[in-house]
Design a protein around this ligand. Structure first.
Ligand SMILES: C=C(O[C@@H]1C=C(C(=O)O)C=C[C@H]1O)C(=O)O
Ligand SMILES: [Mg+2]
Length: 445
């Protein structure tokens, strides 16, 4: 790391290239526990990302460029801004990390905004077994001296990783569910009403469970524990200031793109895990045979294939679902692959795919309208899309199985796809099952 802090000088940074956005990299020859490293840093924003396949892991601090859309956002403008930002560098390693809210047409959480993407100041990345430290420099907005001064200051503030305190349970003072069960029942009845259901076959209803706690939780410690108990998931977190952090351990991929090759999926339909292998197998078979759950998944597959059609040379989706197992629950899962048309960009993909009927509903606009008007709380980044973009590859996860940590309160989010045949009690229990892993980490019971 000392190599890097010695190297940024205006000549080195600007003479070799015409690029306005530059990344300096050094290999780090020891393995670094990335979440522990991130937790010990004092700079904001702090960002963490680990892909579901575990090949890529990133901890990032500070920012060299910040795009925050707090009040309103025009999707086309967002795509234009990204295109011009992308043109500032030829380096394929430069990445922008961030997310978009579930519903960009309404207010979102402060700081997170309807969309926010950053070019971090410093990134520590693990790629398989290799660790490297990156310093991003943005000469498009600052003169060279100021930018290098800020970058050097950020490097000087880096702290070594401190071991994370072993897991502990929080003192729970109260829990409030929004909507509470009586309202939930009403909403499920409205969505399953045959007349409504005929034109809107699926609405994913959700709930926030607000836990009032009397301790300050380190979000990174919580994420590290969650990661330990849910291997088969993306793990990510965004903390733009000391008081609020959004963390997620989501099984769901929105898309992964490598050049023009796209991977996405339909993940919908849920049951619990069995207490032993036989029971687990039986539950999996029941899930595969269940018509309500199959319908939930089928609607997602159909919609994704439809929206990808005009953007792709070829789309290919699994005909039958497979089982996707998590610690406490199992889902139905279908792989979907596409070869994109030349020139299709990541924002086009984000806007076309998100929100899928796995978290919104079908038809999208009608389902969103129902959620906006009836759900009774602000989803913000829950069920939004979080990930990173770069020229040649990008990846986004759907921000479910997520939590917003604030002083004195932990907000936990869970949703369930409501279709014909949904029973309010069973769907309420499904929400509870989806929270089982995080609740087992946070609370003694
Ligand atoms: C909306 C959520 O999950 C979604 C709903 C599912 C379902 O109803 O079966 C399954 C996976 C996700 O598509 C959530 O976990 O919050
Ligand atoms: Mg379901």
């Amino acid at each position: 790391m000392s190599d890097l802090s010695a190297s940024p000088c205006p000549e080195a940074a600007t003479s070799q290239t015409q690029d306005k956005v530059i990344q300096l990299r050094v290999e780090v020859d020891t393995a670094v526990p990335l979440i522990a490293w991130l937790a010990s840093q004092q700079q904001y924003p702090r960002v963490y990302w680990q892909g579901r396949d575990k090949k890529q892991e990133v901890a990032a601090v500070g920012c060299a460029k910040d795009f925050l859309f707090q009040d309103n956002i025009d999707d086309e403008r967002l795509a234009e801004i990204y295109q011009s930002q992308k043109a500032l560098s030829t380096d394929p390693s430069i990445r922008y990390y961030g997310g978009i809210a579930f519903d960009r047409s309404i207010e979102s959480w402060p700081e997170f905004g309807r969309a926010r993407f950053i070019l971090p100041r410093i990134e520590l990345r693990r790629s398989s077994e290799l660790f490297s430290l990156m310093l991003n420099l943005n000469f498009a907005d600052n003169d060279a001296t100021t930018e290098l001064q800020q970058a050097t200051d950020a490097l000087k503030q880096l702290m070594p990783p401190r071991p994370l305190v072993p897991p502990y349970k929080v003192g729970l003072m109260a829990r409030h569910d929004k909507p509470a069960y009586p309202r939930w029942e009403e909403l499920v009845r409205q969505v399953t009403d045959p007349e409504f259901n005929q034109t809107v076959p699926k609405v994913v209803l959700s709930r926030v469970s607000q836990l009032e706690v009397n301790e300050v939780m380190d979000p990174w410690m919580v994420l590290a524990c969650w990661q330990g108990r849910n291997q088969n998931s993306f793990q990510f977190g965004f903390q733009f200031s000391p008081d609020r952090a959004f963390i997620s351990c989501s099984p769901e991929r929105l898309f992964q793109r490598q050049d023009r090759e796209l991977h996405t999926e339909a993940l919908a339909g849920t049951t619990v895990r069995g207490l032993n292998q036989d029971e687990d197998e039986m539950l999996a078979n029941q899930l595969l045979d269940d018509s309500k759950n199959s319908h939930e998944n089928q609607l997602v597959r159909e919609h994704i294939v439809d929206v990808l059609g005009p953007l792709s040379e070829k789309v290919d989706a699994d005909d039958t679902p497979k089982i996707f197992k998590l610690t406490h629950i199992q889902h139905l899962h279908r792989d979907i692959r596409a070869q994109l048309n030349p020139g299709v960009n990541d924002f086009q993909l984000l806007l076309a795919l998100h929100p899928t009927p796995a978290v919104g509903g079908l038809p999208r606009q009608e389902a969103m309208h129902f959620i906006r008007g009836q759900e009774g709380y602000l989803r913000g980044w829950y069920a939004g899309a979080c990930g990173y973009l770069n020229k040649y590859e990008s990846e986004f996860s759907v921000a479910i199985r997520s939590a917003l940590l604030e002083p004195g309160r932990i907000n936990l989010y869970a949703g369930a796809g409501i279709v014909a045949g949904s029973d309010p009690r069973a769907e309420w229990q499904e929400l509870e099952n989806k929270l089982a892993t995080i609740i087992s980490i946070l609370i003694d019971f």
